[in-house]
Design a protein around this ligand. Structure first.
Ligand SMILES: *Cc1c(COP(=O)(O)O)cnc(C)c1O
Length: 376
């Protein structure tokens, strides 16, 4: 996090700012059969299981591509052709799972709440009692659309009670918000290299209950997304079926080692929470309001309502922040016009304070009175 850093700071949900050490790890070429690379790949898979305390129950299956590839691969591999999934939705990533199941030709039902409202486990309980055809429940841990933290522990309890298989898109929370497999019962969680573990983009992975994956042969709707086949092949010869993203994996290995050396999930959560709290208090001092009440706000990304002042122009605001070294993110909400600022990546209070100073001076230059949104 040196001041000689000349790339803009990415206050986004990924790709994120990575450390110099992580970038440096990529300055070599590896053959996919190279023994060092094979050992690195095995270490990454073991480490990911360790982060979730899932070594005894789950296996780690990586897949090339962005996070969505891992979600699509996991759903297609785990949900059989005659299965039916109930999708809990309160944002774009829940919506995306409907689309994925449509492409895969799997039956689905949905339980949708507003983007600022978590699902109610009692209602889930009733839905599962009423529709016996449901085999799987799909949930998003932190819905990055708003930054809301969904109650996975309570959802998992209801699923366990009904004997349903729970699959969690933990993409934007994995490594920062614990989802301990010895405490929370899930059959699979998915995440990617470029979110809270601060690697570079290019691979996703799923931690899948071994006893469940063993029964998934022939389920997948696409060869390249067949995680059963990927797993069996990787167990057999320690290699990826198709060209592995070698540089991404080696950078991810470095990022994960830095993660453990810094104090693991406890420390990552602490740093992101510190970033979030500083960001929110600084923005509130400028009149901005968050979409979410504090108790629903995950330490991942914060949604701010668009200011009411007619002199505020988001495009201008965004461009000026970027010119001064800070990249923020547009909103993706349907409930209210908004923009987002991320708390994750190789950044700390120095960068959040820097962003706040720039935001204050940019809105002053724009002639904006303050960040207050229109009354609801
Ligand atoms: C980032 C993210 C994904 C994956 O998005 P990609 O653009 O494919 O990497 C999926 N779910 C959630 C909740 C995410 O934050």
């Amino acid at each position: 996090m040196s001041t000689a850093h000349r790339d803009p700071w990415l206050l986004t949900p990924g790709p994120l700012t990575t450390s110099a050490e992580t970038k440096q790890a990529m300055l070599h070429d590896w053959g996919s059969r190279d023994a060092t690379f094979i050992e690195t790949n095995a270490r990454v898979r073991r480490s990911l299981l360790k982060i979730a305390n899932a070594e005894a129950t789950h296996v780690c299956v990586p897949v090339q591509g962005s996070g969505t590839f891992a979600v699509e691969a996991t759903l297609g591999t785990l949900i059989p052709k005659d299965g039916k999934a109930l999708i809990l939705i309160n944002g774009a990533y829940g919506q995306r799972m409907i689309k994925i199941l449509k492409y895969a030709g799997r039956a689905s039902a949905t339980y949708e709440t507003a983007e600022d409202t978590p699902p109610d486990p009692k209602h889930l309980d009733a839905l599962l009692s009423n529709d016996k055809a449901i085999t799987h429940v799909l949930a998003v841990h932190c819905e990055t659309t708003s930054g809301i933290l969904n109650p996975i522990e309570a959802i998992a309890e209801v699923c366990a009670k009904h004997g349903k298989s729970l699959i969690v898109d933990a993409m934007s929370a994995f490594g920062a918000i614990a989802l301990d497999a010895t405490k929370v019962q899930y059959d699979a969680i998915m995440a990617s290299s470029n979110k809270c573990l601060e690697g570079v983009p290019g691979m996703g992975f799923a931690l899948i209950r071994k006893s469940v994956l063993e029964g998934c042969k022939g389920n997948a709707h696409a060869l390249s997304l067949d995680l059963y086949d990927q797993w069996v092949a990787m167990e057999k010869n320690a290699q990826w079926r198709f060209t592995p993203p070698t540089h991404v994996i080696v950078a991810f290995d470095s990022a994960i080692q830095q993660f453990f050396a810094a104090g693991g999930i406890t420390e990552r959560y602490r740093r992101y929470k510190e970033n979030r709290d500083l960001l929110i208090s600084g923005m509130r001092a400028l009149g901005f309001e968050t979409l979410l009440p504090d108790h629903l706000q995950a330490p991942i990304i914060v949604t701010f309502k668009m200011p009411e002042d007619s002199k505020f122009d988001f495009e201008v605001f965004y461009d000026r922040l970027k010119d001064q070294g800070y990249v923020i993110y547009p909103g993706k909400l349907t409930v209210a016009p908004s923009f987002r600022i991320g708390c994750i990546g190789a950044i700390g209070t120095e960068q959040i304070n820097g962003a706040l100073r720039v935001i204050e001076s940019v809105i002053q230059d724009m002639g904006v009175r303050d960040g207050r949104p229109a009354a609801a």
